[in-house]
Each structure stands twice: as C-alpha cells, then as structure tokens.
Write a protein that binds this ligand. Structure first.
Ligand code: SF4
Ligand code: SF4
Length: 365
C-alpha cells in the first residue's frame, strides 16, 4: 500500500530531505522501494524514525513509514541481526535481560492502585535516578500509585522501530492484563516510546483500551497547576529538547516546558517547538551507527550552548543517553530536574552498569 502510494504520488521534489538529519539524496526512496521488492539494505538502517521528513511533504507521504515497512520486510526475509537481539526483551542474552537479572532490588509500590507508574525498561534498568525522581514526586504529591517494571512488561517499541515486531505483539496483552489486574485506570509513562506503544500502537491491536495513558510530565504539570506540587528552586537557563516520539509520532503535549518553567529561577530558552529537531538516537541508530548518532547530538548540543544554555533538559532516556554522549554540556531529565529543585534525593546513576550489560550482549555472553 505505502509502496504503491510512493510509486504513484511521489513528486521527487525533495521537500522531505530538507530537515532530515541523515539523508541528502532522494535515492533513499528508491532504496526503500527496492528493499520492499526483495533488495538489500543500503542505508535504511540509518533512519532515526524521527518523522521530520513528514512535515513538509506536499503529497502527505511518509518517508519514515516507507522505511519502516522496508525494515519489517528485511526482518521477515533475513531474520534478526545482532543489533536487534541486543535490545530484544524476549532474548535472555540481550542487554535488557542481563540488566533485569542483575539489577539491585528496590523498595517501590507494586500492589493495587488506580494510578500505575510505568517507567519502561530503559528507565527502570539503566536510569534509576529518573525512576527515583518520579517515585519521589508522586509520593510528595500524595498520589497512591503502583509501579509496573521489568523486561516482561517491555512495551516492545525499541524493537518495533527497527523492524522486529514480536516483542510488541507478545508483551502488549500481558502488560494490559497486569494493569487491569492491579486496578489501574491511568498509566503514567516516563518514556516516549512506551507512550507511543500504549497510547497509539496497542489500541490498534486490542478492541478497546481499559485505561488512559498520560506522559508523567503532563501529569506532574497538572499537579503544579492545582498547587499540589510546589515550584522548587533552581537558577539556570536551559534548552528543552523535544523527544521525536512525543512531539511528532504521538503528537502529544508532554508539558515538560511547563514543569521546568514552574521552577523558580529557571528560564527555558526555547518556549515553542518550532525548531525542534532529532537528537540522533532513535530507530536503532545509536546502537547500530553510533558515529552518526553522536555526530548529530554534538550539533544539537553546540547549538544550545551558542544560545546561552547552561544545560539541556529532555524527557526521554534515549535522548538523554545520546545528548550526554556528545559531551558538550550537561544534560538532565525533566522529571529529575523538577525533583532536585524540590530537594528530592534522586541518588546516583551507574552508567558503567549499562555499558557492561551492552558490552556483554554484543559479545553474546
Ligand atoms: S516530499 Fe513527498 S513528494 Fe516530495 S520527494 Fe519527499 S516523499 Fe516525494
Ligand atoms: S524519519 Fe528522520 S531520519 Fe528517517 S527519513 Fe525521516 S527525517 Fe530522515
């Protein structure tokens, strides 16, 4: 279907490449079409799935979706690559499974509640400071909540974006059942990929979703609005980096800017989303093409520094990893920023643990 649309309607005008951080040549369209007809990958694995190409197409075509279809076709024909297996929650030798077995236990609510905090596997396993910030803020606000964690509840989106659909299809029913079993009516997500899965992909798989899904930052901003959460204080000029999966894929307002602006002394240098771009992480690119991913994040961070930002703030563990990897200026998660401003101890993050899990997964150990 998408192949026919491109063959019939694409004008070869190149508008889609104007803002694309990766491709400069329209032959990527021919490459993706060729892969769908049985050809080999000559660059489609470099797509960030950022969606910038969709914004100005005069024919309303999506190069991102064409490339996604081509990736699905590649996996169907050739099976999984090591790059897929490293982040496959169903594979016991993946980095996620290794981390799930070896992480330290932590006392968090796991019982019944209408509000379910769903950190997602990356935050849960590798960004405990984000999870402590989220749990600390919800406790401070007096919210009764439960936490759904572990790779058995991975939403499946990281795999899906690289063409591997099984984790999303396998885990969706299990995850929905567990939320219902806990009495959940509202799921709060820390990860844009999880939001995309639960709020956009799962409703296309099941007849009806038995709960609502809201980004955690939007929920916290509402608690600020009604006076439940106080402003806190932090003197800083920051640039907010919009995660592509929230802004363009899910088209949801995460209200992270409102959360940051609520902090006394904090100035958000980019109040609107007009020049929002991609950090370079997504679509498996950080995993499979790290030099490309880090080249893009360096450009993004240098621009922020030139504008006078002392720090970048984002709302996605993938963006956080890639922007930090640029080593240009400090980068912080929005929930952590608010928690620290309110004096909550978010503890230390051990990035060595993540590197170790990925190194062993790549080696197949
Ligand atoms: S902008 Fe749309 S019509 Fe133009 S080349 Fe890209 S996909 Fe084709
Ligand atoms: S999704 Fe992003 S990286 Fe992929 S083709 Fe579109 S703009 Fe380029």
């Amino acid at each position: 279907m998408i192949r026919e649309s491109f063959e019939r309607y694409c004008l070869q005008c190149g508008q889609c490449l104007d803002r694309c951080p990766v491709y400069e040549d329209l032959c990527i369209i021919e490459t993706a079409l060729a892969v769908l007809k049985g050809g080999v990958d000559e660059g489609i694995s470099r797509c960030l799935t950022c969606g910038l190409c969709e914004e100005d197409c005069p024919q309303d075509l999506s190069l991102k979706m064409l490339i996604k279809e081509a990736r699905l076709a590649m996996v169907r024909r050739n099976g999984l690559t090591q790059g897929h297996r490293v982040v496959d929650p169903l594979d016991p030798a993946s980095a996620l499974s290794i981390a799930d077995r070896e992480r330290l236990p932590w006392d968090i609510p796991m019982g019944q509640a209408e509000v379910v905090y769903y950190p997602g596997c990356f935050v849960d396993l590798f960004y405990p400071d984000v999870m402590r910030a989220a749990v600390g803020l919800l406790r401070l606000a007096g919210v009764e909540f439960t936490v759904l964690r572990g790779t058995e509840y991975c939403c499946g989106v990281p795999s899906y974006n690289t063409g591997h659909t099984a984790p999303l299809e396998t885990n969706s029913g299990h995850l929905i059942d567990e939320v219902v079993h806990r009495g959940g009516k509202l799921v709060l997500t820390s990860c844009p990929g999880c939001y995309l899965a639960l709020a956009r992909a799962y409703p296309t798989i099941v007849d009806s979703m038995p709960f609502k899904v809201v980004p955690l930052t939007a929920y916290l901003a509402r608690l600020v609005d009604d006076g439940t959460l106080l402003p806190g204080s932090q003197e800083a000029k920051v640039r907010y980096h919009d995660p592509c999966h929230l802004l363009r894929s899910a088209k949801v307002d995460d209200r992270a800017r409102d959360l940051l602006s609520s902090v006394d002394g904090t100035i958000v240098l980019n109040p609107g989303v007009n020049d929002a771009t991609c950090c370079g992480f997504g679509g498996g690119v950080r995993n499979n093409h790290p030099e490309l991913a880090l080249g893009i994040s360096k450009r993004v961070c240098r621009k922020a520094m030139k504008e006078g930002a002392v720090s970048m703030v984002t709302n996605c563990s993938g963006c956080l990893q890639n922007l930090e990897g640029a080593k240009v200026l400090p980068v912080c998660d929005a929930t952590v920023y608010k928690a620290v401003a309110l004096g909550i101890d978010v503890g230390e993050r051990d990035d060595g643990f993540m590197r170790n899990c990925f190194r062993r997964a790549w080696r197949g150990q």
